[in-house]
Ligand binder design. Structure first.
Ligand code: P1T
Length: 390
């Protein structure tokens, strides 16, 4: 049976880690961590496939094959962080004078990167509310090179229509990039809906245990892959072999983890929706979410991220966050443990107050990465913290 025909759960365990029965091999079931930085050659003019570990490394090679299989693309590339992946994509595609269209509710670090590029290379960036597809088309200029989306977005969990925006992008010869971190390839494959490049902060669900910083890029176009691979090497934005091993290991349980993240998140969202001290809940799995139907159309799940506005403002939010005992007050998301944070003061503090206001990130907003602990323990912890808010 060809590996091409395997389904998601099988790919997430096996692709890239096929035992090698050739003579002299140890036929390992788990990919070894190849630490050697360089590879010997017998003849000066005749190197083997592997030469120097920044260019190619066998553990990374195994991971890159798995990335491609999970996102249903031809190619996968592994990076040292989500932002290293993003910076390599920008470096490859964007030249001075170019124009980028982005969703108005992207991760703060992505917006900071755009802002740096804007100042240094004199490019233009338009951030639009991509839940309204027509606003994306209206923002297009002759010099627009890429459209950059997240769906759901970080932290307001807005959803956009990938297929509709992809049709617009391609009609105007623009590349569509989708950051698929929040749903992971377990619940959504943007390439199936026409996205040209998929990026991930592997640090989150893909690695899944809050012990690796990593990034990924997946795509189908061969020429573009060659350019990105060239820059992955020339910029040196590669992950270590040990990190690649940890991600290969974490990926084996991705779909089991995502199922529990999601069922716990739904419980938390329903609980919050009924709570008298909560002003608003953002979760794509609630029928009250404004783009609930769009998400259903393109994704197999809603994920484990929930955001909400507490009644009051910054003071009440801080009081609540500092009263929690099981939820850990920390940036990041997607690990097995529940994390909680204040976007305006934490993950999105790197953008200006004006940008936060435009995106709708209020001082009362709290973002929850719902882990895979027992749901009753999670709800009890939220309840005791709400009781401490005056
Ligand atoms: O942290 P890093 O692996 O470099 O990934 C950056 C990144 C990219 N895209 C999305 C959607 C992200 O959420 C992130 C990182 N986000 C956090 C650290 C956070 O707490 O939101």
């Amino acid at each position: 049976m060809s590996q091409q025909n395997f389904n998601f759960d099988t790919c997430s365990i096996h692709i890239g880690e096929k035992p090698d029965f050739s003579e002299g091999s140890k036929s390992e079931v788990v990919a070894p961590i190849y630490l050697s930085t360089t590879y010997a050659r017998k003849e000066v003019k005749n190197p083997g496939y592997f030469q120097y570990s920044r260019c190619d490394n066998p553990t990374r090679f195994a991971l890159e094959q798995r990335y491609a299989s999970l996102e249903k693309t031809r190619y996968g590339l592994a990076f040292a962080s989500g932002l290293a992946a993003e910076a390599t994509v920008l470096f490859t595609l964007i030249n001075p004078g170019d124009h980028i269209i982005g969703f108005d509710d992207l991760y703060g670090g992505t917006k900071r990167l755009f802002n740096q590029w804007k100042e240094k290379y004199k490019i233009a960036v338009s951030l639009v509310d991509a839940t309204k597809t027509h606003l994306v088309e209206e923002a297009i200029r002759p010099e627009t090179k890429i459209i950059w989306l997240e769906t759901p977005t970080n932290p307001l969990l807005k959803i956009c229509d990938i297929a509709a925006i992809s049709e617009i992008a391609h009609r105007h010869h623009i590349l569509l990039i989708v950051d698929n971190t929040f749903l992971s390839p377990c619940f959504q494959n943007p390439s199936v809906f026409g996205a040209d490049i998929i990026v991930h902060s592997v640090t989150k669900y893909i690695a899944g245990h809050s012990d690796v910083i990593g990034g990924a890029v997946m795509l189908n176009d061969h020429a573009l892959y060659e350019r990105l691979k060239f820059n992955q090497n020339s910029l040196g934005t590669v992950p270590s072999p040990f990190d690649c091993y940890l991600v290969l290991r974490g990926l084996k349980t991705l779909s089991v983890r995502m199922g529990k993240h999601q069922s716990n998140a739904l419980e938390v969202a329903r609980y919050l929706e009924k709570h008298p001290k909560v002003a608003k809940v953002y979760y794509p799995g609630l029928p009250s979410h404004p783009q609930y139907e769009t998400n259903l159309k393109q994704a197999g799940g809603f994920g484990g991220m929930v955001s909400f506005e507490i009644k009051g403002g910054e003071q009440e939010a801080i009081q609540f966050l500092e009263s929690l005992e099981l939820f850990t007050l920390a940036e990041s998301l997607g690990g097995v443990e529940s994390l909680i944070e204040h976007p305006a003061l934490m993950t999105h503090s790197s953008i200006t107050a004006k940008e936060r206001e435009q995106a709708g990130i209020k001082d009362s907003l709290i973002r929850v990465s719902v882990g895979i602990e027992d749901e009753h323990d999670l709800l009890n912890d939220l309840e005791q913290a709400f009781e401490k808010v005056r």
